[in-house]
Design a protein around this ligand. Sequence first.
Ligand code: ZN
Length: 301
Amino acid sequence: MFVTILRALLLTACPAAAMFGATLAVEVTAPTALKAPVIGHDVTQIGPDYYTFRYKGIRNVFLVTSEGVIVTDPIQPAAARVLREEIRKITPLPVKYVVYSHEHWDHVSGGQIFKDEGAVFVSHENCLAHFDDLPNPDIVRPDRTFKGPRHDLTLGNHTLRLRYYGRNHGDCLIVMTPEHVNVPFIVDLGTAGGMPLPFIPDYSLHNWVRTLHELEAEPFESYVGGHGIPVAPKSRLTERREYLEALLAETKRELDAGTSLERIPDVVAERLSQRFKHLRNFELWVRDNVRRTITYYSMGW
Ligand SMILES: [Zn+2]
């Protein structure tokens, strides 16, 4: 959460206030550090029939419908077992669908327990190539995929909207939003208060920024991320986009200026720290973010 700081405006800056002897206050929003839970597990209800489950540092969402449950990322085998028990506390209905947010193993391992009870596994079509290229015995191959930008998954009285924005974090990531609760599940594109992973190897940097712009333009106020707090304000997506834009711009500036490659990470880290040092792991990871961005400008990836 942002800490709101109230500062009295100087009366001299506002003649009308001086006239009435009033003290005006203006809200100044200061960027703040945000802790992320990483121990144990919990379930948080977000809206009617809509929940988020966290296991250690990773979370998903699930939707309870009149005909069964739609689960998203199973996370890993131990997490999926705990999730199954938690769902049973809420409904005796079976899990009918498991929807993968993208192809990364830290989110989509462990679904076999749901396969065993007959769930149908869903992902964007582009995920299949990754699972086939590097098979993982803990990952259930999707039974059903969709092409293109949109697919609506309806079960009983609820619909989960699946939306694909093209390449960004990998090439098969989908954002999921229940039709009746406008709080999307957005994995890894904008972990609230966090930093991008050190070398962010399969992020397309400009497509990441583009996707965040597109999401910011959509009419929701808060979202569930794949890590961190249960529900984050949309401003945390903006914060991530602004970090990425600054990372790209400052790295490019130093490359254009002919600064040596060895020095660029320190130079850019110092400049970014003025706005972004409150992000978790900033000091630890920012220089690797810069090194990866150097490859973006020098090699095109
Ligand atoms: Zn990922």
